[in-house]
Design a protein around this ligand. Structure first.
Ligand code: FES
Length: 118
């Protein structure tokens, strides 16, 4: 069974676009579906994609050794199993928990594309 770490950006821009309610939706949905043991929730950021926020990054836990500087808390690492979701809302967050976390099916249509021009 896969395990995940879900990070909701708590940078000021994402916060002003509603990341607190996105994080609350993630917490509530993980608990309603009893997925807390499979997915750790934390607040990261700023990832540098403020104009695309609220931003959420999900990574598969692979037992990778942690860098003490935790660069993954404020940038995308390009790791296998790393998924970036942009323009998140509480509704989208609940869907991501139900599909990506519970069923191991990342929600491709909600992926963010940081390389695209605005
Ligand atoms: S504040 Fe979230 S990416 Fe900058």
């Amino acid at each position: 069974m896969k395990r995940y770490r879900l990070s909701v950006c708590k940078g000021s821009s994402c916060k002003s676009n509603g990341s607190d309610s996105v994080a609350a939706a993630a917490r509530d949905e993980l608990s309603a579906r009893k997925l807390q043991t499979r997915c750790e929730l934390y607040r990261g950021g700023c990832y540098g994609f403020c104009h695309m926020g609220p931003n959420v990054v999900i990574r598969e836990e692979t037992g990778r050794k942690r860098d003490p500087l935790s660069p993954e808390d404020f940038q995308l690492m390009g790791w296998e199993g790393e998924v970036y979701y942009s323009h998140m809302t509480p509704e989208k967050m609940k869907r991501v928990v139900a599909e990506h976390i519970e069923q191991d099916k990342p929600v491709v249509e909600l992926f963010g594309h940081p390389d695209e021009a605005e």
